[in-house]
Design a protein around this ligand. Structure first.
Ligand code: ATP
Ligand code: ATP
Ligand code: MG
Ligand code: MG
Lengths: 163, 157, 157, 163
């Protein structure tokens, strides 16, 4: 399985309109100048999958994720993560869309293929496919050495989670 | 539960040793269970021995060496319990050119089994990618577009 | 004491605004005293407005933008109360090529007034130095030697 | 004023013998592969000037700064920082040598031009020349954004110190 594309609306620096960010299988390099919006792509993925807190998304609270600029602002931030399913996810379809919308009050709505789910249900669903709460597969900017900074007990819990 | 843990631990530990030796020839890295009799009563230590040196207090090793240990651990976990995708944001920030190439090689090989989405500011790592996605911003709004070669787009700030 | 503080604050703040505008054209950065009536009862906030955007929560700006703000502040303090030397270890780790060149230019100019000892893994920043010192390690022992050009030495790991 | 050179003995990766590290005025670039010993040069300077703790020097305690390798180890770590004085330092001589030696018990001896001083005297001496305890002029690896991570009060204290 892999992420085919993201669809974002009002998410961080991606403006008000609906924007498609194509990804796809293999080794995808994301390049561009400082401040362009590269890390915001990783934030969109972590956000939609429920794998991050406001803090790790560099937001004071979730409403800070909503696109805003002098004079204009979105009403919500919305992200869809489109997966190609090749048997990794325990569902019939060969496509999986996980989405999350957060409004100005910081309330979130999670969906799996359009169906509203609770955050913890999403988390259980993902854990069965190698997408754990510890999110060892997501290395945010400046954070690669977090595995070294962990306490021994935290490290044991990481191994326990994947065991 | 204990046996599941021990199986995972041993397998990931072997992976860590193997991958780190590949990345840092002559160096060694491995994990140690604090209380082998009762793993859940303690934690897991990370032990590193860079080439030519004895076991080092993990904080003392260099920034680049720390990055290699961390990536080796991620790849070792991937070999045991793969994730469908990996997202790496500027993991090459503290790597010299030789190590950035080794990581680029390793990601390329492993991208046959998993998707790797890798943000980078350096041409070295970008040169190993199958495809490049450019990101730019104008009037406070980001956009993305396909990129053929790194230098056209990557630092036209 | 209050007047010494206010003089220092105003001067450093003007420096920060000026240097950051140079590094990030169109962007603005400045400091704000929380309680202007009684500065010592509160702290000092750092406010950043990248080009084309409104004031940002400082954590939200990008990694490269954060580096530029921090360096601008250091240079602003240098203009007010210079240190005889500056030691910068891989400050270009999260800078794109354009910004690394701007910082290289700025350090070179300012190195007329202070010594700058700058560790870097990138040829871009090294190219602005007056002299290069190479460091290498063998059998666990480091040594230093003069270097004529970056590529001969910098990443022969 | 500038640092003309360092002389180190038994300090971190620099081995047992006496090693000279030439620096000099202007813009000096320090280059080399990962793990070579580049950051250890900054550590030597911070160590000798009393501007760092064991933690910021990446040592469990000060005795960890002493060079050691399978089988052989130094008895102490010693660093001299040789400054050219062009009126910056309030002394007669045109050369200033600050040195520090730490033994296996973690005890330090600080000297200014050969005379033993207490750490706090060194600190006062340095503060008069733009070398403050907050060490805003020393940016360790990965630490440049510490000025942004400071609390507002810490930032005010930094300004107070230079005022
Ligand atoms: N809610 C928001 N509305 C508008 N812009 C935002 C919002 N949140 C963040 N941004 C902007 O997004 C930009 C940061 O984007 P990002 O961190 O993705 O950059 P980057 O490409 O990773 O840069 P670098 O190479 O420096 O790490 C910042 O300039 C910030 O102002
Ligand atoms: N007391 C000691 N005795 C021997 N070697 C030591 C000691 N303390 C640290 N080292 C070694 O010094 C090396 C780190 O040096 P340093 O951090 O200066 O590297 P660097 O050139 O900055 O590398 P990078 O580019 O990765 O940051 C480590 O490999 C570490 O093992
Ligand atoms: Mg980024
Ligand atoms: Mg270093």
């Amino acid at each position: 399985a892999w992420i085919e594309k993201l669809v974002v609306e009002g998410f961080k620096s991606y403006g008000k309109g609906r924007v498609e960010i194509p990804l796809g299988p293999g080794f995808i390099g994301i390049v561009g100048p400082n401040g362009a919006g590269k890390s915001n792509i990783g934030d969109a993925i972590s956000f939609a999958l429920g794998l991050a807190t406001a803090k790790t998304l560099r937001a004071k609270n979730l409403s800070y994720l909503i696109y805003s600029k002098d004079g204009e602002a979105s009403q919500y931030a919305y992200v869809e993560v489109h997966f190609k399913n090749e048997g990794t996810f325990p569902i019939e379809e060969d496509k999986l869309i996980l989405s999350r919308k957060v409004d100005k009050e910081g309330r979130s709505v999670f969906r799996i293929n359009g169906t509203v789910v609770r955050e913890r249900d999403l988390r259980d669903f993902l854990a069965r496919t190698g997408l754990y709460e510890s999110a060892y597969n997501i290395v945010l900017q400046g954070d690669v050495i977090r595995f070294l900074k962990m306490t021994p007990v935290e490290r044991r819990k990481l191994i326990e989670e994947v065991a | 539960k204990l046996s599941a843990f021990n199986t995972a631990f041993d397998s990931i530990n072997e992976g860590l040793k193997r991958v780190f030796a590949e990345l840092s020839p002559g160096g060694r890295a491995y994990m140690e269970i604090e209380n082998p009799q009762d793993p859940f009563s303690g934690g897991i230590n990370l032990v590193v021995k860079p080439k030519g040196k004895e076991v080092q207090y993990i904080d003392a090793i260099s920034g680049g060496e720390k990055t290699l240990v961390a990536l080796a651990l991620i790849f070792a976990i991937q070999d045991y319990r793969p994730s469908p995708f990996y997202y790496f944001d500027e993991v090459d920030a503290h790597l010299d050119e030789v190590n950035a190439r080794r990581i680029g090689e390793l990601i390329r090989k492993r991208s046959e089994k998993a998707q790797f989405i890798v943000v980078t500011l350096r041409e070295v790592l970008a040169s190993y990618a199958d495809r490049l996605i450019g990101v730019s911003i104008r009037s406070g709004v980001s956009r993305v577009f396909p990129v053929k070669n790194f230098f056209a787009e990557a630092s036209s700030g």
